[in-house]
Design a protein around this ligand. Structure first.
Ligand SMILES: [Zn+2]
Length: 405
């Protein structure tokens, strides 16, 4: 954990001690609202789970005086796999243990993700996400809000009619989003796998059921076929070229490139993955090449006018809690403006999930999901990795006291 670098006391405030009716006042030197605005010396007033007002000026009492810290909305990761973990022997082993063991690994990942300042994540997805999502939503167990696809659709999901049935079943089972694989993994070259009619069935039926779609797509052909099928969001896009990026922008399709966490994590933890399924030497060679491809792609994506780029990491085993590195790398490799990177991780990410009226923005009426950073992310984006305070739904889960002075 990066917090080890901060020599101070970590206070974990038992959330249950805070009454729902208590007014909490949080003062900080800088408040970034998630929509592109900055407020200097402000106080955020919270009652119950919601923000009631933001007062300019540093007067009046404060329940939490965060001093020189910068407050931003709780960050949102639109693509994180909470269930992926290393096993007791240190090897990658998602979903192979006993159900109780698996859900506890997910819970651990949820907790470290929350402490890293991420108050909402979207998981594309596995069956026990539903239990995790519902447990966290009960408000006792700490973790980010979870949205899940429960399962995925791919080229083996059947005929268009069978795919439509599967989408309807996902709706019945409580999925928040439909995850679709339109292309192979980057470890297998990333070529298109699902046909146009299959994609049209998946994204068309999802739309009819009021469900959003997120599509794993690397090659330009697979991205274009997904856009033509009316899908809502493209994941990864390592081979996205100028024309496909422009097409996404023109059609208002969200783009979630993952350039700062996932490949770096795989390469760092190579020994823990190598030899399992497509984690072969050849697969790792593809991923190593992917780093340079990503660096070129993200520059092009940032330079594409009106492209709605949201923050997602594709966090897998070993990556949980490092989610904010994605923000840092988009700024560093892609020359994204720090404010735009923060917006992509807050209000725009919320909008991509149709939650922009409740989270992702610091304003009266919104859920009190807020995070305080040590430093100014507008001048040093690495501040997003130095999370000193986390509140979700009006409850404080982390307060690094010494850093707050
Ligand atoms: Zn993924």
């Amino acid at each position: 954990m990066r917090l080890a670098a901060i020599s101070c006391v970590l206070l974990l405030v038992p959330a249950t001690l805070l009454s729902q009716d208590q007014t909490i006042r949080i003062r900080a030197a800088t408040i970034i609202d998630g929509g592109g605005k900055t407020i200097k010396n402000g106080t955020i007033v919270v009652r119950g789970s919601k923000i009631t007002s933001i007062e300019p000026g540093g007067t009046g009492s404060a329940t939490y005086d965060l001093g020189s810290l910068t407050v931003i909305p709780g960050m949102i990761d639109v693509h994180a796999h909470l269930g992926w973990h290393f096993d007791k022997d240190g090897r990658y082993a998602a979903q192979r243990g006993a159900p109780a063991e698996e859900i506890l690994y997910s819970a651990e990942n949820a907790y470290v993700t929350l402490l890293a300042g991420f108050t909402t994540i979207q998981s594309p997805g596995q069956a026990n996400d539903v239990d995790l999502r519902d447990a966290i939503a009960r408000g006792v167990f700490p973790g980010p809000r979870v949205l899940t696809s429960i399962r995925q659709l791919n080229e083996g999901s059947g005929t268009p009619d069978e795919i439509r049935d599967k989408v309807r079943q996902l709706k019945k089972d409580g999925a928040d989003v439909v995850k679709i694989f339109a292309s192979a993994s980057i470890r297998d070259g990333g070529k298109q796998t699902m046909t146009g009619p299959q994609l049209q069935a998946a994204c068309g039926e999802a739309k009819a059921q009021g469900l959003r779609t997120m599509v794993h797509a690397h090659s330009p052909e697979s991205i274009k076929a997904s856009i033509d099928a009316g899908c809502d969001q493209i994941e990864h896009g390592v081979f996205a070229d100028e024309a496909t990026l422009k097409l996404m922008a023109d059609k208002g399709v969200y783009f979630d490139p993952n350039v700062g966490v996932v490949l770096q994590n795989y390469l760092r933890n190579k020994a823990k993955f190598l030899g399992i399924s497509n984690y072969t030497e050849e697969g790792f060679a593809y991923m190593e090449k992917g780093l340079a491809l990503n660096a070129a792609m993200i520059k092009q994506a940032v330079a594409t006018p009106n492209l709605k780029m949201v923050l997602g990491t594709d966090a897998v085993a070993g990556a949980h809690g490092h989610n904010a590195d994605e923000i840092v790398e988009r700024v560093r490799q892609g020359n994204q403006k720090p404010m735009d990177a923060i917006v992509s991780a807050t209000s725009l990410a919320a909008k991509s999930m149709n939650l922009d009226k409740t989270i992702g923005t610091l304003a009266p009426g919104y859920e009190a999901d807020l995070v305080a950073l040590s430093g100014d992310p507008l001048t040093d984006i690495t501040a997003v990795t130095r999370v000193a305070f986390v509140m979700k739904g009006g409850k404080v889960y982390k307060h690094v006291a010494a850093a707050a002075k």
